[in-house]
Design a protein around this ligand. Structure first.
Ligand SMILES: [Zn+2]
Length: 119
């Protein structure tokens, strides 16, 4: 019951379970974030104070759809590779264009199960 499987010595998951779940359920779709970023600053809703969120929901990374406990944590996050990658991705052409094109052409992605690596 529980514990490690004695037969498996190789770790399959690269991320913690929490991260895997977050990417699966909590993060907005790339296209949603992209649309959000495409709006002029004034049209973005100001951050509502939410006691359930870290830092009362006041420290938010729009690109990654993540909340942070305080401004220094957020600034640290802005320096991370993951965030920069995300920003780059959002500055490029609209997300999923290639995938959309392939889907439109009837070439769906092969179902390889959930992704283990972030893009
Ligand atoms: Zn970010």
């Amino acid at each position: 019951m529980g514990g490690k499987c004695p037969h498996r010595s190789v770790k399959k998951r690269r991320y913690s379970h929490k991260t895997a779940r977050r990417t699966k359920f909590l993060v907005k779709g790339d296209d949603m974030v992209y649309n959000e970023l495409a709006k002029p600053e004034v049209e973005r809703p100001s951050l509502p104070v939410d006691e359930d969120l870290p830092g009362m929901g006041q420290y938010y990374c729009l690109h990654c759809d993540r909340y942070f406990a305080n401004v220094s944590v957020r600034d640290e996050h802005f320096k991370t590779k993951r965030h920069r990658k995300r920003v780059k991705q959002m500055l490029g052409p609209a997300p999923h264009t290639q995938l959309d094109a392939e889907l439109a052409a009837g070439m769906g992605m092969p179902d390889n199960g959930p992704k283990l690596m972030a893009m």
